[in-house]
Design a protein around this ligand. Structure first.
Ligand SMILES: [Zn+2]
Length: 120
């Protein structure tokens, strides 16, 4: 059985057509061969800037305490062609979950562990 992200594994299929293919592997890396991944779809539905060009949507979602996520997909299809972070690096499940608020943004953990002992 292939990996499913938490949102995919708890979702009930409510559409006719192909079964979903999660957009992440077991290491949390984005996979281009995806279909109706619940996490990617939730990102696509987040508020944000959306650009339509040559039948392809490009969308930038952001949270001030996480950063930017960049997604692209063709028309209204279930496949998300690309998911990257604000530095155009390949997106990860962990990054997606921070953008969606499914997990606490990393910055707060980093801040809790931050020490300025050397700063004297
Ligand atoms: Zn998924």
């Amino acid at each position: 059985m292939t990996y499913q992200c938490p949102r995919c594994s708890t979702r009930v299929k409510d559409w006719n057509g192909d079964d979903p293919i999660c957009g992440f592997d077991e290491n949390g890396n984005f996979l281009e061969n995806n279909w109706m991944c619940a996490t990617l779809n939730a990102l696509r539905e987040m508020g944000g800037e959306e650009v339509w060009c040559d039948d392809t949507y490009m969308k930038i979602v952001s949270r001030f305490d996480v950063g930017h996520g960049i997604l692209s997909w063709y028309k209204h299809r279930g496949r998300t062609d690309d998911f990257r972070n604000g530095y155009f690096e390949r997106g990860t499940l962990y990054y997606a979950q921070q953008l969606l608020g499914d997990v606490e943004p990393k910055v707060y953990t980093d801040w809790a562990n931050f020490t300025d002992d050397d700063d004297d």
